[in-house]
Design a protein. Structure first.
Length: 336
């Protein structure tokens, strides 16, 4: 009888262990992805997270952090993946974590080098037949052409001068743009205007665009504005490291920002399938602009933007994963 109870107990214990194992397998191994404070990285986290969850069986965990704490967590192993490392903004950390100590692996660009510069609406140069807008500055190509067109960009407070919408005070690029105005000898014809916030800068650009009016502003990509509006970046002299840096005049184009995917080296060692997936993960600026524009226009969440991307760019993400993984992801998408 005692032996029978022992056998029964052993069977029950085995059954319990089996149930716990099944539950653990169903839950999937956790993968921690850092949610920085901007939309594009949060969207890429959800795109990669959806594939990791439904294609590979992982359980994604999105941890919010600002740049330095998030990257420190990536280096220490508290965070597994950063979908956007803006390398040139954190060069000291990058050299320590990636180059010297090799605690983080650089898996290449999440999208091509990110441009920034001075933009005008394309209809100013080419016109817009559908909107009945004629080209008002057909020869405007370069920052050096701006003095000829200062009246088009008339400043409301000083009508004799054109207005340049700068970045937000406090951003490093704000002071760089002030130096550019001097380097390009534009301070006699253009007034620097500080919008005060990113929302105010966006509003100024979109408001002018919707009215078909001229506007000259600093901006960058990828961003929803570049997906919604047809803007042209003015030419500058090619980037020159001799003119770029503390104590220099910044009289050249911005260096393209390298935005790469980072993965904790120890996590990559234990999860080679994730490593291979993220090595192949790459998008275009146009795809990012379009997805972020969808998010803005539809007032959608980053999760919705990720699903939109996956549904609209199937030919892109299927190149990142094996066929069986793609099949599982497609099946999950069909339910969305």
């Amino acid at each position: 009888m005692r032996n029978g109870r022992k056998v029964l107990f052993a069977l029950l214990l085995a059954l319990l262990i089996g149930v716990v194992s099944i539950q653990a397998a169903f839950a999937g191994e956790k993968v921690v992805m850092v949610d920085f404070s901007w939309s594009s990285v949060q969207m890429h986290n959800r795109i990669a997270g959806f594939i990791l969850e439904h294609g590979y069986g992982y359980s994604p965990d999105y941890m919010f952090a600002e740049s330095v704490p998030g990257l420190t967590g990536l280096q220490q192993g508290d965070i597994d993946i950063a979908m956007e490392m803006w390398i040139d903004n954190v060069l000291e950390w990058y050299n320590d974590a990636v180059v010297d100590k090799k605690q983080v692996l650089n898996l290449g660009p999440v999208f091509p080098d990110s441009p920034q510069g001075w933009y005008v609406p394309t209809y100013m140069i080419k016109g817009d037949e559908k909107r009945g807008i004629k080209a008002t500055a057909p020869d405007l190509k370069s920052v050096f052409d701006l003095p000829r067109y200062k009246e088009l960009f008339k400043d409301q407070e000083n009508p004799k001068m054109g207005r340049f919408y700068n970045a937000i005070p406090g951003w490093v690029v704000h002071d760089i743009n002030l130096k550019k105005l001097k380097a390009y000898k534009l301070t006699d014809t253009f007034v620097n205007f500080d919008p005060g916030s990113q929302t105010a800068l966006q509003t100024a650009i979109v408001s002018a665009y919707e009215k078909g009016e001229p506007v000259l502003a600093y901006y960058w990509e990828p961003e929803w504005i570049m997906g919604m509006l047809d803007m042209t970046m003015l030419e500058e002299p090619p980037y020159d490291p001799e003119r770029w840096g503390e104590g220099k005049d910044y009289g050249c184009a911005f260096p393209a920002a390298r935005v790469h995917i980072g993965i904790n080296a120890a996590f990559a060692d234990k999860n080679p399938q994730v490593l291979e997936f993220l090595k192949k993960y790459e998008t275009t600026l146009a795809q990012n602009n379009a997805a972020l524009a969808y998010m803005q226009q539809e007032e959608a969440k980053v999760e919705d933007a990720a699903i939109w991307f996956l549904k609209n760019y199937g030919d892109v993400w299927k190149e990142w994963v094996p066929g069986d993984v793609a099949g599982k992801v497609e099946a999950a998408l069909a339910k969305k």
